[in-house]
Each structure stands twice: as C-alpha cells, then as structure tokens.
Design a protein around this ligand. Structure first.
Ligand SMILES: Cc1cc2nc3c(=O)[nH]c(=O)nc-3n(C[C@H](O)[C@H](O)[C@H](O)COP(=O)(O)OP(=O)(O)OC[C@H]3O[C@@H](n4cnc5c(N)ncnc54)[C@H](O)[C@@H]3O)c2cc1C
Length: 803
C-alpha cells in the first residue's frame, strides 16, 4: 500500500469503485481505494442489479442515464463483462392516478431525451404475457432498462481505475481518521497508515461508522430488503428475456433471472437493519428471510402475475442497504470540514453509481460537480436530521417507494419537529401546515369548523377556493404571513461590506437599505439569491433559502471573510411575520412610532423598529409584489408580535395567508425562487436577474462568466406563460412546446387567483423566448395552449410595492 496519496477512497462497493474510476479519468492518478474485505462486501454483492432512468428529479434522471451508458465504456476499458441485460422495462399502472403519473413521466422524458412510450393494457399484455390485464389500465415502456451483474460492474470499474493508475487494497480496514493541521488526513488502517490529502467516505453500510471517525452523524439508515427467485418457468425457455417490470399497486419489481423470475418488494412494514451501529464482522452475509412481512405484497403480485404465483420459490434474498431520509444519495464535501467527501446513502447503485462517481470526482478535481446535483448534495441536511428523525423518514420513504407523491402532499413522519412559538396559535386558526427542513409552516387556512386537511391530487384541491380568498385579501386589503422558514446569516465586522461585494453579484446597499442579489459560482451560474440588508455600516443580515443554509455555509468557507468579519447562520434566531397589501402600511403605522411614509421609509428600507413593545428589524419588501413589510424578531417576541399585529389588523380586515397563496401571488408577479427558477444550471441573464448583477463592480465571483453570458445572450431564457388549463395547473418539470417542438420545461406553476389565470414559469430556448403565441404546456398528458406573458400578470411596473 502506498503511504502517501492524493485521495483515499474508503469502501469497495459499486459506489467507491465508481468514484475511483472517475478520479483517474479526470486525471488524478495518485488515488487509493481501501476495502475492508473483498470488493462488493457490503450491499453490492447481493443486489438485484436492476437499473432504470426514471427519477422524480430531472437532474438525477440525467445522471441515471449517464450511469447506464457508462457500462459499455468500462467493459471496453477493463475487458470485464458487466453482465448487461438491456431488456427494456415496463411501469404498470393499475389506477387512474398512476396512469396520470405515467403520462406526466412520459412528458418529462421528452426534454430529457428519453424515449418513453405509453401503452394500452392490450399492448402491454402482448409484451408481457405473464400479467393479468384485468388489474391494469396501461403502462409506460422504457427501452433502456434492464439489469447488470453487480460483481461484474464493480470489477469493471475497479479494473478500469487500476488501468488508470489507481491502487486497490483489500482485506484492510480503515479504523480511524486523524486530520493534520494542513487539512490532510492520516488514514489509520489494519494494514498500516496512509497519509492522504483527501478522504472519500464510500463506506456504504458502514458509512455511518466512517463518519463517526470524524465526529459526523450522517443521516443514513439501512433497511432490510427482500427479493425471491422462482423455480424455472418452462414457458420462458427459448423466449426473449422478459422485460424489467414495476407494478406500483403491488409495490413490486420483477425481472427474469435465468429460467425463473426475480420478484422484489418495498413492503409497507419495512424494517431497519442495525439502526445504531453496523457490525464490522458483517460480510457477504444474508439476513434471515421473513416472507410473512412481504406476504401482503406477494399476494397482490401473485394475483397480478398468476403464473409466478404457481412457480415454486427457489431462493429468497434478504439484505440490507442504506437510504438517506429522502431516498437520494448524500454526495459532496461536508460543510464545516476540510478535504472530507462523502458518496453514500446510494440506494440504487446500479442506476446512480456512475453519476455519483462523476459528480464527486468533478467536484474534487474541478471544484464543481459539473451538474445540478442539489437533490443529492450532502449539504441539504442540517442538524435536525438526527438519528431518530432519519429512522422515521427512511422507514416512511421505503414504504412509499412505489407510491405516488402528489404535488400537494405533505408527509407525516417525524412531525412536528421544529415549531415556532406561534405554531399553536396558527393551529387554532385552522392552519394546514407543511414541513420544510423539519420546520412546520402554514400552507393555507381552512375555514373554521372544517378539517384542516388538504385532499391530495394532481388537480386543484379543496384548498383552491380558500387560497383564492387569501390571495384576494392580500391584493385588496392586508394579509399576514409567517416567514420564519428562510435561511439567514448575520455578517458583522469591518470589512463585511467589501467581502459581501466580492461574493455577491449586486451592489452592497447603504446602511438602512436592502438589495436583492444573486450569488454566482465561477461559471456565472446561480447558486443563491438573497436579500442583503444593511443595518449599520458593519452589520448585515442575509435572507435566503432555509434548505440551502449549509450549502451557502460551505460556499462561504470556500470564499472566507477576512479576519474580523464573522458570518454566522442564524435561521431560527430571526423569526418573521410579514404584513402585505394596500392596507399594510396603515396597519403597521398604527402600532409603531417611527414614520413609515414612503418619503421616510421607502421601498427596500431596512431598520430597527419597535412594533408595539417588540424590538424588531423591519424591511419594506414583500414577495407578494404588494406594499408590504417583513418583520424579524427574536423567537421570544414572536407571539407578542402576532398579538399586536392581529389586534391592530382587525380594523384593516387583516387575514392570514400561507405558502400556497404566496406561491400564487409571486407567480402573478413573475418572481422566481430558489430551487425552482434559480439553480446552478441557469445563469443570471438567462434567469432575467441581470438587473441585479452589477457589472460595473471590478470583481466578484462569477463576474466574467456573467458578463460573457450577457454578451452572448445565454442558451435559454426564463419566461412566464398563461396556460389555458382545465382543472389542473402546472407543478414543475412539464415540457413546454412551441408549435411542434419541445423547447423547454416548466420550473413552477399554479393558479393566479387574482388574475384568474393558470400561470407557469419556465426556461425555453433563447430562439423562441421572444415569441408570444403558439406555446403549449403538457398538463397530465394533455397539451394545453399557452401564451407568453410579456409582462408580469399583476402590476408589471411595480408601483404597488413602491407606493
Ligand atoms: C437485496 C437488495 C437488492 C438490491 N437491488 C438493487 C437493484 O436492483 N438495483 C440497484 O441499483 N440497487 C439495488 N440494491 C442497492 C445496492 O446494492 C446499493 O445501492 C449499492 O450496493 C450501494 O453501494 P455502496 O458502494 O454505496 O455500498 P456497499 O456495497 O455497502 O459498499 C461499501 C463497502 O465499503 C467497505 N467498507 C466500509 N467501511 C470500511 C472501512 N472502514 N474500511 C474499509 N472498507 C470499508 C465495505 O466492506 C463495503 O465493501 C439492492 C440492495 C439489496 C440489499
């Protein structure tokens, strides 16, 4: 074993070897993989090897496509077969909702370059005679699905990496990790020590234990997972290999395994494995079968595929594999740590392992993952993702693996966890809550005496009319919204303004003012959007996306402030309420001494103001596009703030509104939001944020790339469409057509209640961005005509918010 390397990868499962291969491919040859036993000795060896391209996140779907295409490449380099069987796959729908979901999946595949085909039951039955058509309504066919040999894939990656210069050491366990002052690592192993500049935790089933070596409790948990293999079915003999099949209603997946069939299930009563510690002596072991646990799924499966029910069971496999709370991998550099990277929680290693390896190696070598991998970024979880939280969410996620997540559906596990002091008050007012990063926040308010519950649907829900009333209140009089669910940073010190000027794209405001500012990466892409508020010469408050707080933190570690400037995450230290609407000034003025007239407190002002008895920071801004104020207070004051505003609000017909109304109101204003319109695949010019990018500043991160994008016009543009919708609005990721071509995709959509239009925002190719007509958006499988709005649907000149 080498005693000094650039990178030590811990773990020789399919993920570790993929990382190793991609590092060598990117030119880092001085790399070492350390494996406790033999390659594949964790989850990998007993995987069913199934692979598919469909994923709820389009960016992850692209990486899955990449993974499957990679197998040819590593086979060629290594000479090792991956045992590829590209059989094609079917996803079967047994209900109308699932059929809608398939239509939406097919539509999304259009701009991802996927050739998904919708089939009638009769067509499906022809392709898959093992099914009983009586239980189904149709299917989607994907030509590039199938399965691989886990051993073959792992060794093909490994040999390819070795041919690229990597070393692989087996039968050697990493027992500890010690960081040196320069950020490099002493990797302590059972076979001696190695000094490594970087460490990658690809420990799979033991990734938690490897994390603990450096004081990290990673939010991952292994679940037991069972599949069975039947005796040979004579009718399969001499036939083309059976397709890979997912039967959502049965919650089962199936494929042919030699002469028999392999059937696996994500049962509802899933069981975690080794919830606290993974034993080091667990090797290529299987867990005891528990067919009773999966019996309900098997029963449905045997009804749906009667022939399989009559075949004897040859073998049952029960093995553990790991999940993060949302089922997506954990990838990237860990915020707050130097040179420590993770590639774990990968629950679909044969669909995702290649994409994970590519992203992580890009990140290490180029400083950027090279794709939008927000859905997999380890930074998306914060301190709230405790072991018990993870346990609860992983079990929920596992049990829902084949269930539809409706766009308006809130999941129940691990709730409530974080609440603000006014939670119970809002409950009394019949709020329907959503959960975001563990925090409860109001989505809308059901009328008194009715259940605070939203029916889950792809169509407009029972909330529709009530959200409409909330929107009208904001546009016509005044609304009150809890806004605690934003990320905040305190930036304090001499030199704070210069530092912010160097990492934010917009001008730094003067004291008492705030600005909107994008944050760009070196390639000029959007990695954040903030309101940057300056209280005094040396004190700033940044307000951005709560979910991205650790993502921002990691960026601030990359471009650290100078000595004397402190940057501190402070999300729940400032809790907020917003009052918005034409009456909001009169209302707020009635409880503060300070003069709130526009002459004294104009749009984008930011000051310390006492609201009643409550000391607060008040910004004159509202995401609704109305005259409005954001009021930030320490948590202990939030209840008093609510009281003073609601009492004063009686005179002004103040009513609550929630996140759903905010979404509608901001769409009417064509205001974009992070993770939707603003993501690292879009540039500021493309996103229409160029007025917030101050190219007169001599230098800031991403400046040159932003200038170049502006000069060249960008590849695409963010537009707003009004859709001739029926009873369903866009939700995001639908294809946008122009005439007979797909020219882009929706980033968010909804109903604009006060303009009574179905609105969507999305990106289209620059060439058609100037067109106004002949657009269409595919809503639940139906191409609905749309026109581009040349200006925001409400108050395009922004006079109301400046009034
Ligand atoms: C029954 C079953 C069926 C499955 N079916 C599919 C499927 O059809 N399709 C699919 O895509 N996925 C499937 N999976 C999931 C798949 O197996 C995983 O996604 C994948 O194996 C994860 O790989 P990994 O490299 O992250 O982890 P692992 O395979 O667990 O590898 C981790 C490796 O790290 C080593 N290691 C850990 N700690 C140390 C240390 N301190 N020192 C040295 N070495 C260390 C371990 O020995 C191990 O070899 C299935 C899983 C199971 C259990």
């Amino acid at each position: 074993m080498r005693n000094h390397v650039q990178v030590a990868v811990i773990g020789g499962g399919v993920v570790g070897v993929s990382v190793l291969y991609h590092l060598t491919k990117a030119g880092w040859k001085d790399v070492l993989l350390i494996e406790r036993a033999e390659l594949t000795s964790g989850s990998t060896w007993h995987a069913a090897g199934g692979m598919h391209t469909v994923n709820g996140d389009p960016n992850v779907a692209k990486l899955q496509q990449y993974t499957i295409k990679l197998y040819d490449e590593i086979e060629k380099i290594s000479g090792q077969s991956c045992g590829m069987h590209i059989t094609g796959g079917l996803m079967l729908a047994g209900t109308a909702e699932r059929w809608d979901w398939l239509k939406m999946t097919q539509a999304r595949g259009r701009y991802l370059g996927m050739e998904l085909e919708l089939l009638s039951v009769a067509e499906t039955h022809k392709l898959y005679p093992l099914m009983d058509p009586a239980h189904f309504v149709g299917a989607i066919y994907d030509p590039i699905e199938g399965h691989v040999d886990p051993y073959g894939v792992t060794h093909a990656y490994a040999k390819s990496a070795q041919l690229g210069g990597a070393e692989i050491v087996k039968q050697t366990r990493v027992t500890d990790l010690k960081q040196r002052a320069d950020g490099s690592w002493d990797v302590i192993t059972s076979g001696g020590n190695v000094h490594a500049e970087h460490v990658v935790n690809a420990g799979g089933l033991w990734a938690r234990e490897v994390g603990r070596m450096v004081g990290l409790e990673l939010p991952i948990l292994a679940m037991e997972h069972q599949y069975l293999i039947t005796e040979d079915l004579p009718e399969l003999k001499g036939q083309k290999e059976q397709l890979h099949v997912i039967d959502f209603e049965g919650e089962i997946y199936m494929r042919q395994e030699r002469g028999g069939m392999l059937m696996g299930t994500y049962e509802r009563a899933g069981v975690p494995w080794s919830p606290h510690t993974t034993p080091w002596d667990f090797g290529q072991d299987l867990l005891p079968n528990d067919l009773d646990r999966i019996a309900p799924s098997l029963e449905v499966g045997f009804q749906h595929f009667p022939r399989i029910g009559t075949a004897g069971i040859k073998k049952v496999v029960n093995g553990p594999f790991t999940f993060a709370p949302d089922g997506n991998p954990l990838v990237g550099p860990v915020p707050g740590m130097r040179n420590f990277w993770v590639a774990c929680g990968v629950m679909a290693g044969f669909s995702q392992g290649g994409g994970v390896g590519l992203s992580l190696s890009n990140w290490m070598v180029e400083g950027d993952p090279g794709a939008d991998i927000w859905a997999m970024d380890v930074a998306r979880y914060g301190g709230w993702a405790t072991r018990a939280y993870t346990n609860s969410k992983v079990r929920e996620n596992y049990s829902r693996r084949f269930r539809i997540r409706f766009p308006n559906e809130e999941l129940d596990a691990a709730r409530p966890l974080k609440t603000t002091p006014i939670f119970e008050r809002l409950q009394q007012d019949n709020a329907v809550f959503g959960e975001y990063c563990g925090l409860e926040h109001p989505l809308w308010f059901a009328p008194k005496g009715t259940p605070a519950r939203e029916d889950i649907t792809f169509h407009r829900s029972n909330a529709h009319a009530h959200v409409g009333a909330e929107c009208r209140a904001v546009r016509e009089s005044a609304g009150l919204l809890e806004i605690s669910n934003y990320g905040k940073f305190d930036v304090i010190g001499a030199g704070a303004a210069e530092w912010l000027g160097s990492i934010m794209a917009n001008k730094v405001p003067k004291a008492g003012r705030m600005t909107l500012t994008p944050m760009l990466n070196e390639r000029g892409k959007l990695i954040g959007d903030f309101t940057m508020s300056r209280l005094t010469e040396e004190r700033f408050v940044l307000v951005g996306t709560y979910a991205a707080e650790r993502f921002y933190k990691r960026w601030f570690e990359r471009y650290p402030p100078p000595p004397g400037v402190s940057v501190r995450p402070a999300a729940l230290e400032y809790l907020g309420l917003s009052v918005a609407g034409p009456q909001s000034r009169a209302l707020l003025q009635s409880v503060v001494d300070a003069d709130l007239s526009t002459a004294v407190f104009p749009f984008m002002s930011f000051r310390q103001v006492d609201v009643g008895m409550v000391p607060a920071l008040v910004g004159r801004v509202s995401f609704t596009g109305e005259l409005g104020y954001e009021i930030w207070v320490a948590p202990e004051y939030q209840r008093a703030l609510l009281d003073v505003l609601t009492q004063a609000g009686r005179k002004y017909e103040l009513r609550h509104f929630g996140g759903r109304a905010l979404q509608s109101l901001r769409l009417e204003k064509s205001f974009g939001t992070w993770a939707r319109e603003y993501r690292p695949i879009y540039g500021a010019f493309e996103a229409g944020l160029d007025r917030f990018v101050d190219l007169t500043k001599p230098a800031f991160v991403g400046r040159d790339a932003a200038a170049q994008e502006k000069a060249q016009g960008g590849a695409r543009r963010l537009i707003t469409l009004a859709i001739d919708a029926r009873d369903a609005d866009a939700i995001g990721d639908e294809p946008i057509w122009h005439r007979d071509r797909v020219v882009g995709w929706v980033t968010s959509g909804g109903y604009g209640h006060t303009v009574q239009k179905s609105i969507a925002m999305g990106y289209v190719e620059s060439a058609v961005a100037g067109e106004t007509s002949d657009f269409a958006v595919e809503l639940i499988g139906e191409k609905r005509p749309a026109i581009r709005l040349t200006a925001a649907a409400v108050d395009p000149r922004g006079t109301r918010m400046r009034a």
